[in-house]
Design a protein around this ligand. Structure first.
Ligand code: PHE
Length: 455
């Protein structure tokens, strides 16, 4: 029972909100997942599809989350309870659950990036691919991984516990400019490498025949990546927009956030591929650990590679942190709004729970996959799909009116946005969900049951 109502916090500045949203969007998805997806899905062909999805699916979906957040000024659970009726009222729970699951293993992978930063500074990287792989296997699971998962979680707790203005906003105002500057710096360095021109050709010149031959696999991968990298489908953008007081132009803010996120992912490719080509490492090597193994091995091959590598992995760690705080904020905002718990306590309790839930992922890579595939390909897509259906089909007047607050009459742009959401976005998400479920069943009956049998 709180007798004194504490007013809900708000961002102090416009740039604070934009940096927070950019910080959330730019993360492991850009610097770790994006390059290996490009590598796996055939270089420039994937890049072209991905850019199309960002514009045609990501942008309308982001605006949906923004209007829901600003309209309700609530955490995702409260927001859906306010705008939804019947079973729709419970959709917000999917977001909180997704945030909880994703952050549990995201923090483990973030721990690896800290480990690889230290590795460069302490011993340098191993150039031999086989040895680099063996080293990754030792570092990625076990006590090392659990300890660094704890360190990372602690940093997230401190920032989120400190609040919107004094915690998240302050942190992103330092982290986001640092990520942008260092990424540009590394790309300039990479341009001087011997393998640069070969890498650019691979990355930038799409072979249309590759798209034509592989579109069934490129399509869902590109759609999933677009959703993940923009932090959509789990209420982050609802939560962040709920701290917006003024009548801002949400379309403009969304375009800025998407522009930065895409630019950072693109520039990361200009770093990663020249490094890989110069060291003679195949960019098509698949797998989640690929970027750690192949990049570390490539850094091991370059002059001053230990330093460049440490700067690179350190930047990835910072980017992961600025994303992790947004994931935690979804859960914490729910606890603070609805459970009458103060913010620091909420951050510690949620963070403690996340640490425990992440231990299996830090213990075995198969368990990390178990969580990752479920959250990423099923929960995230399902939550995003339900929200887009609810808002675009049942609440379109409310959505357009909210978007117009701060812009003025949208004219036919408003209907274009709603129709894009109703049709293309919904279709793409349904296809992605079906493929995601099939993929998960394959994983459960394949690698996961083999793992169980070996216990
Ligand atoms: N967008 C983040 C990234 O690219 C990941 C993320 C997904 C963060 C969902 C928050 C919510 O790494």
């Amino acid at each position: 029972m709180s007798s004194v109502e504490v007013p809900r916090e708000q961002w102090a500045t416009r740039i604070g909100f934009i940096f927070a949203a950019v910080g959330s969007a730019v993360g492991l998805g850009n610097i770790w997942r994006f390059p290996f997806q490009v590598g796996q899905e055939g270089g420039a062909a994937f890049l072209v599809m991905y850019l199309m999805f960002i514009v045609a699916v990501g942008f309308p979906a982001m605006l949906v989350e923004f209007v829901v957040g600003r309209y309700t000024e609530r955490n995702p659970v409260g927001a859906l309870r306010e705008i939804g009726s019947g079973a729709w009222r419970y959709v917000g729970w999917i977001f909180v659950a997704t945030g909880f699951v994703i952050l549990s293993y995201y923090s483990v992978v973030a721990g690896w990036t800290i480990r690889y930063t230290i590795l460069g500074l302490q011993d340098g990287y191993i150039a031999d691919a086989g040895e680099a792989e063996a080293q990754f296997v030792t570092l990625a699971s076990g006590l090392d991984a659990i300890a660094l998962h704890a360190v990372f979680m602690l940093a997230v707790i401190v920032i989120v516990g400190a609040g919107i203005k004094r915690g998240i906003e302050l942190a992103v105002k330092v982290m986001v400019p640092a990520i942008i500057l260092i990424t540009i710096g590394l790309a300039i360095y990479a341009a001087t490498l011997e393998g640069a021109s070969e890498a650019y050709a691979y990355y930038l010149a799409p072979e249309w025949s590759v798209i034509a031959a592989n579109w069934t696999s490129i399509l869902p991968a590109a759609a999933g990546q677009a959703f993940f990298t923009l932090s959509l489908g789990m209420g982050v953008m609802i939560t962040y927009a709920s701290y917006l007081g003024e009548n801002r132009n949400l379309a403009e803010d969304g375009a800025i956030v998407i522009g930065f996120d895409t630019a950072i992912a693109f520039v990361t490719g200009l770093i990663v591929f020249p490094v890989l080509f110069t060291a003679g490492v195949d960019p098509a090597d698949p797998g989640a650990g690929a970027i750690f193994v192949s990049l570390a091995a490539a850094f091991g091959d370059l002059t001053l590679g230990w330093l460049i590598g440490a700067v690179f992995f350190g930047t990835v760690a910072i980017a992961a942190l600025s994303s992790a705080i947004s994931l935690m904020e979804v859960v914490v905002s729910y606890v603070v709004d609805e459970r009458d718990v103060n913010r620091p306590t909420a951050a510690v309790v949620v963070g403690g729970g996340l640490f425990v839930l992440g231990i299996p992922s830090a213990y075995d890579l198969v368990l990390l996959d178990l969580f990752d595939l479920f959250a990423d390909q099923i929960l995230l897509v399902l939550g995003g799909l339900l929200l887009v259906v609810l808002v675009s089909w049942f609440l379109s007047d409310l959505a357009i009116a909210e978007l117009e607050r701060g812009i003025g009459d949208l004219g036919w742009y408003g209907s274009a946005w709603i129709w894009l959401a109703r049709t293309l976005v919904v279709l793409v998400l349904i296809v992605a969900l079906v493929l995601g479920i099939l993929d998960y069943v394959e994983f459960l009956t394949g690698p996961f049951s083999e793992w169980l049998a070996d216990l």
